[in-house]
Design a protein around this ligand. Sequence first.
Ligand code: HEM
Length: 500
Amino acid sequence: MFEWKGMLAGWESTILFVLLLFLLIVLFAPGRRPPNFPPGLPMLPLLGSLLHMQGISLRGLLRKLKKEYGNMASFGVFGTGVVLVSKMSIIKEVYSHKASAGRPPMILGATRNYLLSDGKEGDLGLLGGTGPHWVELRRFLLRHLRDFGIGKTSCEPMIRAEVEELLEHIKNQNGQPIVMEHLFHRSVLNVLWGMVTGSRFKYGDKKLAKTLESFVKLADINLVSIIFFIPGVVKAMMYLPMLDRFVKPIGNICKFIREEIENYRSKKDWENIHSLLTLYLTEMKKYNGDHPIFNEHQLRAVMFEMFAAGMATTASTLTMGMYLVAKHPDVQQRVHQELDEVIGRERLPCYADLESLPYTRATIHEVQRVLNLIAFVVHCALEDCNFEGYDIPKGTVFLANMEDAMTDPKLWKNPDEFDPNNFLDDNGKYVKNGAFVPFGIGKRQCVGEALARMEVFVFLSSLFQKFTFTLVGEEVPPGNLYTFNAPVEFNAVAHVRPHL
Ligand code: HEM
């Protein structure tokens, strides 16, 4: 008689089991290339393209993908399809569509949410949020930030106060090299914190300095490393000592944010302070903290994002501005000449001077183009969609290839150099370039854009009016680059420009 039991005994049954499992994985596991998906690296079930991504940096991989597969190129990581979108006209088409306005789960946000909500995680904050809660939170923040004068002349005195203090600090270096580390962070944060909490940090504030250290450590970590695509990794990483260097700095920033909120709430008169925090706490009180937006965890996440997204971005831009202008004495001289002719050296420049300072304006935009702070803007598909004839399933991650767009010779006169002429016509008039989108495109465009534009212009034009910068010593290019760019590390001396 035919005996199944006998047939399947021993090593044969093991092999059969493995083959069956393999077949099931091949047939049903997610991660294979979906039909009519953009071309790209081979995608295996579960593993995606991992076997083809070994020994190459993320930047190297993305450059290779664009070169080999064109403007819509794909790869896969642990069941998630990723599409690299290049060429400005296609980036605009994809990113301004409502279907691409999602944000995939990202490790920084997930870890932060875990730590801020005592392990409950969930969909917190604006930067990583999606869906109706994100829409409501974004509306609330945009409305109130506008009320605080973001982008209007009413917020300029706050910027001016920080600029004046910074100019004095630099002057007091008396021609000694300026300590660049964190030079701009406190000033930039103070403008924002003035609106968020109605308070500011003094020079040398120890708690802030410690938190900034954590912040800088975070910048060295690959936030899109493939390891972070593994489901459940956030929980695991809390217990893995090797990931301590990632969790600890986020933990320190979370602690700082919690303490800021607690200190604020302990003030007797917090309800009378004109600040975003008072508005938020008042809404929370109205709902007794039981509201998807106005609750303790969301508040912490919003504060975290104001701190992180608002400070480092603007501070890096200012640092790079000082570096690039010092590095190009011809540009520095023309900026000086324009500022002297239009404003003189007495009163500080203000945002209303923007139109009458075309060369300075073009120089500052060129700083942002060359820095290209967020080189690959990450979104994800909220629904099945079709772009450029390809079918993109819901959940697919998009990477906007801003690196490619900012150096496209069809869009820029001199894409590979630092050259303000990229924003000037032959008569020296400022010309808008539609490809210059440092604050993103579409529904997720930066909520701090108006503030950042104003800050970058007022800070940099004031610095250039008052000082001539020269570089000293060695320059260190930024280390590992992932989806963000960082400024060069350098030392500079500021020479005071005498009164005319
Ligand atoms: C030079 C300075 C800045 C640059 C270059 C910059 C750039 C960007 C970019 C490219 C995005 C992503 C847009 C997208 O996903 O499509 C973004 C988002 C964001 N930015 Fe900024 N940003 C700057 C300053 C600020 C400031 C000062 C704040 C604080 C008010 C801020 C808060 C945010 C927030 C909360 C988001 C997330 C928006 C969302 O997902 O709905 N940023 N920023």
